[in-house]
Design a protein around this ligand. Structure first.
Ligand SMILES: Cc1cc2nc3c(=O)[nH]c(=O)nc-3n(C[C@H](O)[C@H](O)[C@H](O)COP(=O)(O)OP(=O)(O)OC[C@H]3O[C@@H](n4cnc5c(N)ncnc54)[C@H](O)[C@@H]3O)c2cc1C
Length: 432
């Protein structure tokens, strides 16, 4: 007997679209032995696993995650500046176990669509009726000459949470007053589009207090970035941007910001036009879908193409790809987006496993906060719908919005509070 109530299904999945399913929904009789395997216990994977169990407890859910704990990237820039602890960004998987998810700490080494089986480094084999893959991003290490996974031990990317973020924080703390931090910002698309610019702001906030003669230089692959006007207004107000005393300098691609190589021994970055010397170098390399997506033949180019109504791979049936690894244009690669996509995806899987019509007209949401300084936050929010003909997620005009330019200080301070509360809510929603 199903524990799904139609009202709950609609509320949780955020889809108003069960019209085709409507009539007999609460009286579903669910078959035994259906199993969903989730690869990756980040935002997309955890949200999907938890809500699958909440909405249809008759489905067995196995989540396979390579790390014993989840280190959040979101708000990790606050850790770099000393505003929060690593403990506040680190989470175990006990909450998911409470929902009846079987959590396996192991690395998935193969997904076999023909056998409908997932294999792990530890020798497990799990068969699946549906497999959800949310492995996040991997880096194109070869894009910057001289950079590699090994070099990242001393020149961090800090684009995965945990140890990498700790290296960057240690280096910023050890830097002398008057030192230079260089941040290499990647080309689109990449995870967390405002992240490099928020990071520059957070480091500037720390330096303004502790090392006021220091500078933060952003060397960019791009000529424009998200919320640019709002960032620049914030930097002007807080860090003297645009003056001779600015703590932050942004070098666009057109101005020679694109970095081609790094010399780790000399501590220099080599651009097309200039070389840049810095005390602390943070290279955020160009990105692609997590490695397992390549192994499983789920990619076309760098990302995994999906049917955006279900997030089912267009390359292999019964495999669903969520979050950063998926090509979910025009949603950004963000935690909130992964969370929202997971709900659309599990609505489709539950419908499918129960022989129901897949919900029509899914909706998707995203909000990204960036904390530029003490009591200074900005945000962008979007609500999206499916353009089914083009298999594209498109913004709904008039829904969502952006922090207004020139807004009053109390609103900017409130955005910081909202950002912190968003963080708590999201973590709770995905694994609490
Ligand atoms: C500095 C920074 C700041 C950010 N700030 C924000 C923000 O303010 N707001 C926001 O919305 N987003 C933010 N993000 C983006 C956000 O972190 C990601 O978009 C989000 O985590 C994507 O979720 P995901 O499930 O796709 O991947 P992830 O959360 O990265 O999870 C992937 C998981 O899969 C696991 N995995 C990978 N391969 C395997 C395998 N083979 N076997 C088993 N496990 C595997 C990994 O260990 C990882 O735990 C930020 C990112 C960064 C770097």
């Amino acid at each position: 007997m199903s524990n799904i109530k139609r009202r709950d299904f609609i509320r949780i999945t955020g889809t108003a679209a069960l019209a085709g399913v409507a009539a007999g929904f609460p009286s579903l009789v669910l078959g035994a032995g259906r199993q969903v395997v989730v690869v990756g216990g980040g935002v997309g994977g955890c949200t999907a696993a938890k809500y699958l169990r909440k909405l249809d407890p008759s489905i067995k859910v196995i989540l396979v995650e390579a790390e014993p704990k989840y280190h959040s990237c979101f708000l990790s820039n606050e850790y770099v500046s000393g505003e929060r602890t690593m403990e506040s960004l680190t989470f175990g998987y006990d909450g998911l176990a409470k929902h009846g998810v079987t959590v396996v700490n192991d690395r998935v080494t193969a997904i076999e669509p023909d056998k409908k089986q997932v294999r792990t480094a530890g020798g497990h084999r799990f068969s699946y009726d549906a497999c959800i893959v949310s492995p996040g991003v991997d880096f194109k290490w070869e894009a910057i000459d001289g950079y590699s996974e090994k070099v990242a031990d001393t020149i961090p990317h800090a684009w995965y949470g945990g140890p990498q973020t700790e290296i960057l924080r240690r280096q910023v703390r050890a830097m002398p007053d008057g030192g230079v931090v260089a941040i290499v910002a990647p080309p689109n698309p990449f995870k967390c589009p405002p992240g490099p610019y928020e990071r520059a702001s957070q480091i500037a906030m720390y330096c303004k207090r502790e090392k006021p003669r220091s500078k933060i230089m952003i060397l960019d692959y791009k000529d424009a970035f998200t919320k640019q006007d709002l960032f620049i207004q914030g930097w002007s107000r807080l860090y003297g941007y645009g003056t001779n005393y600015s703590m932050i300098e942004w070098v666009s691609a057109a101005a020679g910001g694109k970095v081609e190589a790094v010399d780790p021994k000399a501590g220099t970055l080599i651009g097309l036009v200039d070389e840049f010397k810095a005390d602390v170098i943070n290279i955020i390399p160009p990105q692609k879908a997590g490695q397992i997506a390549f192994q499983a033949d789920l990619v076309d180019g760098d990302w995994c193409p999906v049917d955006k109504k279900t997030f089912e791979s267009t390359r292999h049936a019964d495999i669903y790809v969520l979050g950063d690894a998926s090509d979910a244009a025009h949603m950004p690669k963000s935690a909130y987006a992964a969370n929202s996509q997971a709900k659309v995806c599990i609505a489709a899987i539950i419908a499918r496993l129960n022989g129901m019509t897949i919900p029509a007209d899914p909706s998707y949401v995203n909000t990204c906060y960036s904390i530029l300084g003490e009591d200074y936050g900005i945000s962008v929010a979007g609500v999206y719908r499916l353009d089914e003909e083009r298999n594209m997620i498109v913004g709904i005009e008039g829904a969502g919005g952006l922090t207004p330019m020139d807004t009053a200080p109390q609103f900017l301070a409130r955005e910081v509070t909202y950002a912190h509360s968003w963080f708590e809510n999201l973590i709770h929603d995905m694994m609490g």
